[in-house]
Write a protein that binds this ligand. Sequence first.
Ligand code: XLS
Ligand code: NI
Ligand code: NI
Length: 441
Amino acid sequence: MSYFNNISKINYEGATSSNPYAFKFYNPEEVIGGKTMKEYLRYAVAYWHTFTADGSDPFGAGTMIRPWDKFSGMDMAKARVEAAFEFFEKLGVPFFCFHDADIAPEGCNLRETYNNLDEIVAMIKDYMKDSQTKLLWNTANNFTNPRFTHGAASSNNADVFAYSAAKVKKGLEIGKELGAENYVFWGGREGYETLLNTDMKLELDNLGRFFHMAVDYAKEIGFDAQFLIEPKPKEPTTHQYDFDVATGHAFLQNYGLQDHFKFNIEANHATLAGHTFEHELRYARINGMLGSVDANQGDPLLGWDTDEFPTDLYSTTLAMYEIIKNGGLGRGGLNFDAKVRRGSFELEDLFHAHIAGMDSFAAGLKVAQKLIDDRILDDVIENRYSSYTEGIGLEIVEGNTDLRKLEEYALGLKEIKNQSGRLEKVKGTINQYLLRAYAGE
Ligand code: XLS
Ligand code: NI
Ligand code: NI
């Protein structure tokens, strides 16, 4: 059965095309900075937003009636797999991602849930044989069911800890079975609402124990995926433990986990934490911890995780700048953890949204590579920090000085001169590069 009858394969037609079902910037085989766009961008479709969600929000019911909704239970789960692989094929997307709960319904007990998962995983594996689309990552949904109300690995209830561990064990087995490149841990409800009833130390220690068990089990079964932590500062809990990359990094170091994990950085989570997307990417990159990206964007006027498709070219350019400087994403990719708006309830909107997102990062890649080729930001930064390349600055960075010597130097200074940061000039140049790239120059 076909779910997207009216839509055929999406091809690249170039910046002047007016065909809504064509890529304007994403040209998979085009080489940018020595790699094809396909290799650099490694796009993934998020199963939950695209095939499982229905547009419901806290104020209203779902608006999206999908062709697979005529089924229920396991039949619906199977129809979603069929629809998903047709969608992947038509979009030409190299990867997808899912939570266990997205692909198969929960059973009456854990054993039944496992059975449901096994059946759907076998079906997905079968579809993957004839498909170009691979699994970027899978994860366990340890937050939706009421049993996770107090958290999963950070729950006060040891039975919930055990149950969550069992779901992760199964997730690792599924990841191995389907050849996942990564395995993701998003904190879900791993945080707290108030310290009045929370043992923060025990919760954090338990989280550390949980991750160690996951690392050990993956090793035991020979699942070599890159483990990723996805930071988020709040929502659903008031305070999430994996607040941002810096906090997550300190946590990993405290618990001796830093060699086993990298970060999956989501744009909207960065802004929720009061950072820019590129701040989180940079922090991870300079610490060798940039693993993968959840490519979406928030609404600056709303304070929650709106998970919009990424269309802000300024942001995709600065993000791709970090990714290129990182030498690419390795085993990671750009996963559209993004949902069509509640009002965009037609099936074709799923295509428009992904095309817009893929084109936005492709355009960002092109501009970022040009900025790098022409050393636009490199020169600005090199010049701005030139005081550390000679004289006292060089002594400082080479560790050849101390407070006494610096005092002596400072006392001898007649005048301290600063240079302009030239920020507006830099921003004007970036705009020039953005517009030139779209004109195809
Ligand atoms: C929620 C997260 C979630 C993770 C996967 O805000 O972004 O969707 O990506 O559990
Ligand atoms: Ni995410
Ligand atoms: Ni999110």
